[in-house]
Design a protein around this ligand. Sequence first.
Ligand code: NAP
Length: 311
Amino acid sequence: MAAHKIGIIGLGKITMDQHVPVIAANPAFELVAVSSQRGIEVDGAKTFRSPAEMYTAVPDLDAVAVCTPPQVRHGFAREALAAGKHVLLEKPPAATISELDDLAAFAAERNRVLFTTWHSQYNAAVTHTRELLAGQRVRRMAITWKEDVRHWHPGQKWIWAAGGFGVFDPGINALSIATEIFPDPLLVREADLTFPSNCDAPIAASLTFATHQSDQQLTAEFDWRQTGSQTWDIALEKADGTELTLSKGGSRLEVNGVLDVERKSAEYTDIYDRFAQLLRDNRSLVDDAPLRLVADVFLIGRRLVTDPFHD
Ligand code: NAP
């Protein structure tokens, strides 16, 4: 079967780190064009200043990956669907739930594939944790996602603006694992959100969750002020006392302190394999659960204010 001709919108960090090399290594895709406001070029692909120019000049483009900040993702995705393209959405898939609902409905109407990627879910340790927890009662979950924003997001002004998600930019990765592995739907019960006094997005958050079950201790701590070693861990305890620890962003699982699964990260390789499969089946995959939790956090969260943040 001929490779799907794909374009990328937004040539920032994640595009260069992952999308470009992973597409180049996947025979199911051919990167033929990119749309970059700054005119960034990629070997073997034509560069355009806007998606509209790209769609006109490359009419046989099959699909696009929208890798911009979330605030502008809906507009680019809708324009792509209107132009008849299948669409892969970087995480978070939209700035709001209503935007994502709109895209899902429009993709169905246009008979195009829409794919919400949650890269942290593409880990063998996450899949195995989900299998181990299926149908089980979880007594405790403690998510600890603490990293150094200056190291991971230098100069990214959009991330501190309204709709930029702040610490929920990485935090939603943890939530995408939690929604994937947890045997019952998670409900947000309490949220303390700490905003730098000069920013419209939080730098830290403390969350408490519940499910329909009782006697559960379910928490998440997100903090962007951690220097030195970085922490991306989820500790779980089943009702029978079994302890599961997912660490390194979901790539390693220990059960009762013994290594169970560890696989070198191939998240984006798996994402593009899944996209190829969805295109073959002409089927969308739209998962709004992690975004829904973040929206709920902002609905009921308490606002705390801390020192101003400067890059
Ligand atoms: P980034 O480095 O800031 O790149 C975003 C790019 O989008 C910009 O360089 C720009 O590229 C384009 N763009 C289009 N409209 C824009 C606007 N209004 N404001 C700013 N940029 C605009 O961001 P990133 O780190 O790649 O993150 C992009 C998305 O990927 C985010 O949703 C993020 O959560 C997700 N993601 C990031 C990582 C990571 O490690 N950084 C990992 C996984 C997922 P052009 O000038 O080429 O148009």
